[in-house]
Design a protein around this ligand. Structure first.
Ligand SMILES: [Zn+2]
Length: 221
């Protein structure tokens, strides 16, 4: 609502002034003095005071509402999310970020939970040519341990940066590898678990656009 909420009311009162005025009996000079806007002729002094009082009350109410700080989202709203946060997984990633990240080459840690409960961790391998993020190193590290299906993943930044959401490229990679994957995102009280599909709506499905896709003969499984 624009700040002119009150002025809107006042305008509503004032805008009747320019309308044709009706001379008050006994006043013949036609000047503004002594003339009363026609629509207001029926409004007596008492009625006008009541009207102004109502406008004042409305203005005060709106002022008080405007001064009310916006209510923060309740923590219950977060915890009511259908997927609970895997805090053990977050702690594992935070521990690796704190103890294994080093310099500019390794600045992010990731932890993934396998379908059968195993936790796999990894750090990124930064390189200007496009070194993989921690989430992608984790995919290989998990496979090296025989884990090919991840249930949940989280990334944590070094220097106490906390949970960091996956970048756009990682969202696409994670979605393609693990379509049912859950991802821990958010900081502080806003930490929550979402589906990777929620992080990449209307996503591009590579396999759907390959030659022969309709025949299903060349699609990778
Ligand atoms: Zn990434």
């Amino acid at each position: 609502m624009r700040a002119g909420g009150l002025s809107g009311h006042i305008d509503g009162l004032v805008e009747v002034v320019p309308r044709p005025v009706v001379p008050v009996a006994g006043v013949e000079d036609g000047g503004e003095v002594g003339r009363i806007p026609g629509p207001h002729r029926a409004v007596g002094g008492f009625q006008l005071r009541v009207l102004l009082a109502r406008v004042t009350v409305a203005w005060r109410q709106r002022s008080e509402e405007a001064q009310q700080p916006q209510k923060p989202r309740k923590v219950e709203d977060m915890t009511a999310h259908p997927h609970p946060v895997d805090h053990e997984l977050v702690r594992a990633a935070a521990n690796v970020a704190r103890t294994r990240c080093r310099g500019d080459n390794h600045t992010m840690a990731a932890a993934g939970r396998s379908r059968d409960g195993l936790i796999v961790t990894a750090v990124n391998a930064y390189h200007f040519t496009g070194g993989p993020c921690a989430e992608q190193v984790l995919i290989g590290a998990a496979a090296a341990q025989g884990v090919y299906e991840l249930d949940t993943i989280v990334a944590v930044g070094d220097r106490d940066r906390g949970v960091v959401p996956p970048c756009g490229r990682c969202r696409q990679v994670l979605l393609d590898y693990f379509p049912a994957l859950k991802v821990v995102v958010g900081a502080g009280e806003r930490i929550r678990t979402v589906r990777v599909t929620d992080l990449l709506p209307e996503s591009y499905v590579w396999a759907d656009h390959q030659l022969g896709a309709e025949e299903g003969g060349v699609l990778p499984q």
